[in-house]
Design a binder for this molecule. Structure first.
Ligand SMILES: Cc1cc2nc3c(=O)[nH]c(=O)nc-3n(C[C@H](O)[C@H](O)[C@H](O)COP(=O)(O)O)c2cc1C
Length: 213
């Protein structure tokens, strides 16, 4: 496979200090609104990077459930690999890459569990099938065979359907919020002279800095 010849120029846009919002959350909202307008597949998909107590890194895609001027919320299994890593080292990073827009956003900060009531709200908003799917999954634990998962899923789904009852939010399922202290907005430019604008939180205010591409 000759990957060297797979090159393209980035010509869609630019990012200038004079155009950006001084508040990175507002800047995120501007770009995210453009993502939604562009009708991309999985616009909320983001890479979450965590690491364990020995600094071994790991990364995976999760879905952004909500963002506000405090942080970025995603939901998962608290006993998963990521959950265990967050318990060992609460610092994490998020990465959004929207190829069609030639844009990337990097966000770093501290991750903490959201309020239990909020987690229940997210859980109850899911279709029954995905609630039962979440209950049936011991996420990140070894699974002997697919049929073990499928039979426990089917058994549970039948139980809730026949009883006409709603599952409780499992104790080990819920939301996390990443509270950012660093953002980087990347816009692809021609000849690899990309724009990179960063925001770092210092003494409760955001400091803006351009980086070499
Ligand atoms: C598009 C996409 C969306 C996903 N969304 C989530 C999510 O919101 N929450 C989640 O726990 N896993 C999600 N996953 C699965 C994770 O990438 C990962 O496989 C799982 O969370 C286990 O990761 P861990 O073993 O590192 O904890 C998603 C995967 C993809 C590809």
């Amino acid at each position: 496979m000759d990957l060297k010849s797979l090159r393209r120029e980035y010509k869609n846009g630019s990012l200038n200090e004079s155009d950006i919002d001084k508040n990175p959350f507002h800047q995120f909202k501007i770009w995210f609104s453009q993502v939604l307008e562009s009708q991309l597949l999985e616009p909320t998909a983001m890479v979450l990077a965590t690491s364990d107590k020995n600094s071994n890194p790991s990364a995976r895609v999760v879905l952004l459930k909500e963002f506000n001027e405090t942080g970025f919320i995603f939901c998962t299994n608290y006993l998963s690999r990521k959950g265990n890593e967050i318990a060992e080292n609460p610092r994490g990073a998020l990465l959004f890459y929207w190829a069609e827009l030639e844009r990337q956003i990097r966000i770093e900060g501290v991750i903490t569990k959201i309020d239990r009531r909020e987690s229940k709200k997210y859980f109850n908003a899911r279709p029954l099938e995905s609630r039962v799917g979440a209950i049936s999954s011991k996420q990140s634990s070894p699974l002997e065979s697919r049929s073990v998962l499928e039979s426990s899923y089917t058994e549970l789904l039948n139980k809730y359907n026949s009883e006409n009852s709603e599952p409780e939010t499992p104790e080990n399922w819920g939301g996390y919020i990443l509270l950012p202290d660093y953002f980087e907005f990347w816009q692809g430019r021609e000849s690899r002279l990309h724009d990179r604008i960063t925001y770092s939180l210092k003494d409760s205010s955001w400091h803006i800095q351009r980086l070499y591409p």
